[in-house]
Design a protein around this ligand. Structure first.
Ligand code: CAA
Length: 258
């Protein structure tokens, strides 16, 4: 196992868990931390024994944003030339499903990291927000794009333009979060969800994720075309044969993931 300084990793029966671990800084997302998250995500993505990934923080904070102390003295030339937040996009290349288990603050980059995951479970005291406007900047890791797709223009505008926080219950009502749970149950339930997903055929899970994500990129006509092509391609899998045979034989399928 690799020596990480800002995260912890452990696997729970087919689910890879990444715990953000800078508790003193409320898990502020420094560049080093994001590099470590990317590295851990890639390792789990390549590991045939892992079928889903969970990212979590601690009870006080999922993450309170990008590291303000790291950004404080940076100039335009520096952030532009180095494409400062460029590596935050890596998470979108991960093929396996990623679940965010959010307790406490998910602010700025923390909210954006959660929104970059495929499913969000939140604790009943979780707080979301994009407070960047109060720092004289705007969200820079997809917040203005993903929030509007998740909750619509008027609410996204209100949140980003005021920097006001919102609660887990609101996030669920608006469709950003799929479930709100008691704080001490969030991680267990996220892992359980990961295990349920990981018990299915990996190629079809990956295809389903890929196809849903295309809904954000393509027109309905192109998207349904893409979906149908991918659907046809799954007929080349042994797991398709196995899944349908198991149904007609009235038995549980044995997936071989190919
Ligand atoms: N970056 C760096 N350090 C942070 C941080 C951040 N985003 N958030 C919290 N910390 C640090 C604090 O500086 C403090 O450190 P010290 O003990 O050394 O002073 C420690 O974490 C604890 O924080 P507080 O004392 O502030 O705790 P609190 O309970 O009083 O307040 C809070 C909690 C409301 C979340 C407050 O910490 C806060 O407002 N944090 C910043 C939130 C924010 O603005 N996030 C957006 C960042 S910009 C961004 O994310 C850009 C992007 O789009 C990628």
């Amino acid at each position: 196992q690799k020596n990480y300084h800002n995260i912890l990793t452990e696997s729970h029966e087919k689910v890879g868990l990444i715990t953000l671990n800078r508790p003193k800084a409320l898990n502020a997302l420094s560049s080093d931390l994001i590099h470590e998250v990317n590295n851990a995500l890639e390792k789990y993505d390549d590991d045939p024994n892992i079928g889903a990934i969970v990212i979590t923080g601690n009870e006080r904070a999922f993450a309170a944003g990008a590291d303000i102390k790291e950004m404080m003295d940076k100039t335009f030339a520096e952030v532009y030339k180095t494409n400062f937040l460029g590596h935050w996009g890596k998470i979108s290349d991960i093929k396996k499903p990623i679940i965010a288990a959010v307790n406490g603050f998910a602010l700025g980059g923390g909210c954006e990291l959660a929104m970059s995951c495929d499913i969000i479970y939140a604790g009943d005291k979780a707080i979301f927000g994009q407070p960047e406007i109060k720092l004289g900047i705007i969200p820079g890791a997809g917040g203005t794009q993903r929030l509007v797709r998740a909750i619509g223009k008027s609410k996204a505008m209100e949140i980003v333009l005021t920097g006001r926080n919102f609660k887990a219950q609101e996030a669920e009502q608006w469709g950003l979060v799929s479930k709100v749970l008691p704080a001490d149950k969030v991680l267990d339930e996220a892992i359980r969800l990961g295990q349920e997903i990981a018990s299915l055929s990996q190629p079809s899970i990956q295809a389903a994720k890929e196809s849903i994500n295309k809904a954000f990129e393509l027109s309905l006509k192109e998207g349904t075309h893409f979906e149908r092509r991918l659907f046809y391609s799954l007929f080349g899998l042994n797991d398709k044969k196995e899944g349908m045979s198991a149904f007609t034989d009235k038995r549980e399928p044995k997936w071989t993931h190919n």
